[in-house]
Design a binder for this molecule. Structure first.
Ligand SMILES: Nc1ncnc2c1ncn2[C@@H]1O[C@H](COP(=O)(O)OP(=O)(O)OP(=O)(O)O)[C@@H](O)[C@H]1O
Length: 629
């Protein structure tokens, strides 16, 4: 090294190296991604420049990145035939920290100099080439720029100085040799960087879609037990998302989806978009056919995969899509993402926010289109992910909520399958001014509810809410197209024509109702004559405002005690039973018998509603006594 010039690193560079060497970074394996990304950038550059000056290629246009390991020597080497560097460029690029990301990093480093939490922010910045020092105690870089006579050799042990000298180098491009630290060789505590399988795995994970072949020699044994040299390309290269949509077949999308996201079935929908604007990105999203069984569990790994110019940056990035779209799989590639984007910095990442908004819009738009153009497919989607869309209504506001509302579908009394709110409103007759709904277990039970009788008679359509979340969603919406939602099970339905309205209650009826109310004091808030019942004798409804009985049930199951729904017992004045009650009251006043009847009425009305009697034994005794009479 007679001609080698010894130079010192700039102070900041040394600080950075110290951090690398002390392995503040926990994820050391990313060194490989950083070196491959640099090699790929260097090839991009020569390719671009050769467009105007083909001589730069020196006849070599088979662009490639070659990796090699030497387990005996504990070495790892990466070579590229990219643009290389001149003597001055090496000093400029490698001896100092030039890029803005690293500048910012150093500034922060200065601020946090004596901070223990330096670890927290170090992961936020691109450290590129220097990450070599995480796994190596000596780094040798030999490079030659196109058409330069001499190459340049740069060597450093990360100890504050480096040496630089001119050397002969035949091929254009850069070779970087790492003398690995013992920890990173066979028998070390960390990953074995001299192990070909390990390297292969890392390339697959981080650099699979780098567009130049990443090659490595393997030495498998042939049938005779002799080893043979075999050069393998480790990466898949052409990222599907970079291709034109028109040129990708459905099968190719499916294959990619299954391979990358470990799915078994085909995706229900594929969204593939290239966006060039304020932010530049390409996205490939998939709506799965089936919800994974753990989609509601806390461990569910939601989120998209991020790439930066085909380099893997991060998996399961949750910041891009809102929680209610957690079923969407896919990726986003943007040159604006830094390779070292970390979960901590995602929060403030502006590009990410813009991209996220666009993606959400794109998914909702596609779902709307599916609903309009392919109803069968939409129902399939709905049966898997409808719950999540509903939860989205509860979580969103304004415009977004309006978009979600049009994706809601419900079973209804007037349709064999599901109906949208828009369709419901279209079917409403002129006098109808409310959207009616009923909550219950299933179609068979709600259709038989006494409260449904009047609506059925009047031919009014009722939406069926079989999902616990439904009523909460509707409560949040309050109205659709300025039309109020109205539960068939609460308040007054106001459905009778004037001539159907009953005459004023006589005094005796009033007294009777008051007596029953007194008997049921602890259970109901009001007893009144019903205007909705046709053939049934009694029903229980909730008060117009406030918690409904079905919501009370759900909240109770969730152990959320938010109070009790107001209960109103309605008695059908046209029912035989009512005349019987009247007779009893006329003859005996508020007797024991009337008290027994009051209890029974309440229990029966509750039963229909799905509430078991508070004391089933007593209930059954009362019924049998009555039968015996
Ligand atoms: N294989 C290479 N061929 C040619 N030039 C290289 C090579 N590797 C690094 N360089 C030069 O050294 C510079 C510094 O590299 P480094 O990896 O530290 O940062 P970067 O790649 O610019 O930024 P980042 O890693 O944050 O994306 C590069 O910008 C490039 O000019």
């Amino acid at each position: 090294m007679a001609n080698a010039e010894q130079r010192e690193f700039k102070t900041e560079t040394q600080k950075m190296l110290d951090l690398m060497i002390n392995s503040i970074y926990t994820n050391q394996e990313i060194f490989l991604r950083e070196l491959i990304a640099n090699a790929s950038d260097a090839i991009d550059k020569i390719q671009f420049e050769s467009l105007t000056n083909v001589d730069l290629l020196e006849g070599d246009s088979d662009f490639e990145i070659c990796l090699d390991v030497d387990a005996d020597e504990g070495e790892f080497t990466i070579s590229d035939n990219g643009i290389g560097m001149t003597y001055d460029e090496v000093i400029e690029n490698i001896g100092t920290i030039a890029q803005s990301g690293s500048q910012e990093f150093l500034q922060k480093l200065q601020e946090h100099q004596n901070d223990e939490d330096a670890v927290d922010f170090i992961g936020q910045f691109g450290v590129g080439f220097y990450s070599s020092f995480m796994v190596a105690d000596k780094v040798t870089l030999i490079t030659r720029a196109p058409q330069a006579d001499k190459g340049v050799k740069w060597v450093s042990e990360g100890d504050g100085t480096y040496s630089i000298e001119k050397v002969d180098k035949e091929e254009r491009g850069t070779t970087i040799k790492l003398d690995l630290r013992d920890d990173f060789t066979a028998g070390g505590d960390e990953i074995d960087v001299t192990d070909r399988q390990t390297i292969q795995r890392l390339v697959k994970r981080y650099s699979n879609y780098v567009e130049y072949p990443i090659k490595m020699k393997f030495y498998p044994e042939n049938e005779e037990g002799e080893t043979e040299e075999e050069v393998r390309t480790l990466n898949t290269m052409k990222p599907l998302w970079e291709r034109n949509k028109q040129d990708v077949s459905e099968e190719e999308y499916s294959e990619f989806y299954q391979e990358v996201f470990q799915e078994w079935s085909d995706p229900l929908e594929v969204i593939h978009k290239k966006v060039e604007g304020l932010v530049k990105y390409t996205t490939l999203l998939f709506i799965p056919e089936q919800a994974p069984s753990d989609i509601y569990s806390e461990d569910f790994e939601q989120g998209l995969r991020l790439y930066s110019k085909n380099n893997f940056v991060m998996d399961n990035c949750q910041k891009l899509l809102p929680d209610y779209l957690r079923f969407v799989r896919g990726l986003v590639d943007s040159p604006d993402f830094s390779l070292n984007l970390s979960r901590e910095t995602l929060q403030d990442n502006k590009q990410l926010k813009i991209i996220g908004k666009n993606l959400e819009k794109a998914v909702l738009k596609r779902l709307k289109k599916m609903l309009e153009d392919d109803w069968e497919q939409y129902l399939k989607f709905w049966s898997e992910f409808g719950q999540l869309i509903k939860s989205g209504v509860n979580m969103t506001y304004g415009d977004k909520r309006d978009k979600l509302v049009d994706l809601l579908v419900f079973p209804s009394s007037h349709s064999d399958e599901f109906t949208t709110l828009e369709e419901y409103v279209e079917r409403m007759n002129e006098e109808q001014d409310k959207i009616y709904y009923v909550t219950g277990e299933n179609e068979a039970t709600v259709e038989k509810l006494p409260q449904m009788e009047l609506l059925q008679e009047k031919g009014l359509e009722v939406l069926y809410f079989f999902d616990e979340i439904d009523e909460f969603v509707i409560n949040n919406l309050a109205e659709y197209d300025e039309i109020e939602f109205k539960s068939v099970l609460s308040g007054d339905l106001d459905l009778l024509d004037e001539d159907e309205e009953d005459d004023e209650e006589d005094d005796e009826t009033e007294e009777l109702l008051a007596a029953i109310e007194e008997n049921l004091e602890s259970k109901v808030d009001e007893v009144r004559l019903s205007k909705r019942l046709k053939s049934s004798a009694v029903c229980l409804v909730s008060a117009e405002a406030g918690l409904s009985m079905s919501m009370e049930k759900v909240l109770e199951q969730m152990n959320q005690n938010v109070g009790r729904a107001q209960r109103i017992l309605e008695i059908n004045p046209k029912h035989q039973l009512f005349s019987k009650l009247k007779t009893i009251y006329e003859q005996q006043g508020n007797s024991q018998q009337l008290s027994k009847y009051s209890d029974l009425l309440y229990s029966l009305a509750g039963l229909v509603e799905g509430f078991t009697p508070e004391d089933p034994v007593e209930f059954s005794n009362k019924i049998t006594e009555l039968m015996a009479e």
